[in-house]
Design a protein around this ligand. Structure first.
Ligand SMILES: [Fe+2]
Length: 243
């Protein structure tokens, strides 16, 4: 697909994102960073002087690629536990991925729809979860770090009638682990209960990457993670966090 065709479909992609929270387009011709950034910005409603995309010390486009000397697990070949982006700094509205290289054999991205989990949960479960606050802490070895706290159940910032679950898995790695403190419950089974819910295959969409894949996901409604890279160590994509 020509990139101009993709650009022309922004209104319908925006509609699809508003209803489903996840869109995938395959077979898109490669583009330069400037074109990709302009495409990403067309999904933001932010008005100047507010930025339309998040900028980090590496800029607005992150190149996700395997690094055998990685100090952080994101750039290793390990599984990446479920999380959402920007929690240590500023939560992005959408994440946009453009795949530049991949055999599709390993390193699938895992997307979990937390609005569906909450729709299916019983009122008793939701009211129990609503009383809990989670605090995550990690050392800054990549572009993020520090500490943040969140209620487990929140309203979607753009769709206040939708409830979202903000529960990231603990990161038990030698490469930049993330610790968790749980407040508001004495239940020793709380973590396992929530982990079981977000890992339930019923709520999971797996994306196996091929070059030219474009994926956009609602970062507030969904969690994401990654299966181990396996043989697919040449997998690389560009990621932009849209505000
Ligand atoms: Fe992420």
């Amino acid at each position: 697909m020509k990139f101009e065709e993709l650009t022309a479909s922004v209104p319908s992609l925006r509609d699809e994102l508003a209803t489903k929270g996840l869109v995938t387009v395959r077979g898109v011709e490669t583009v330069d960073d400037g074109q990709l950034l302009a495409f990403a910005e067309s999904f933001s409603d932010a008005e100047p002087p507010d930025p339309k995309v998040l900028a980090w010390d590496f800029g607005t486009i992150m190149r996700m690629k395997y690094d055998p000397d990685a100090a952080n697990y994101l750039f290793s070949n390990e599984r990446v536990p479920l999380h959402w982006d920007g929690a240590f700094h500023r939560e992005a509205r959408y994440l946009l991925f453009f795949c530049d290289s991949s055999t599709g054999d390993g390193g699938d991205t895992v997307f979990v729809d937390t609005t569906a989990i909450l729709r299916d949960a019983s009122p008793e479960e939701v009211s129990r979860w609503e009383g809990v606050t989670l605090t995550y802490t990690t050392e800054k070895k990549a572009h993020y770090g520090g500490t943040f706290s969140t209620r487990v159940v929140r309203s979607h910032p753009f769709y206040p009638d939708r409830k979202i679950l903000r529960f990231a898995e603990v990161v038990e790695t030698k490469l930049n682990p993330v610790q968790l403190d749980i407040d508001g419950t004495d239940d020793p089974g709380f973590y396992a209960e929530l982990e079981g819910r977000v890992l339930d295959p019923k709520y999971r969409a797996l994306h196996s990457w091929l070059p030219g894949d474009v994926v956009i996901v609602d970062n507030h409604a969904f969690l994401h993670g990654r299966t181990p890279l396996g043989k697919n160590t040449g997998r690389s994509f560009r990621r932009i966090q849209i505000l």
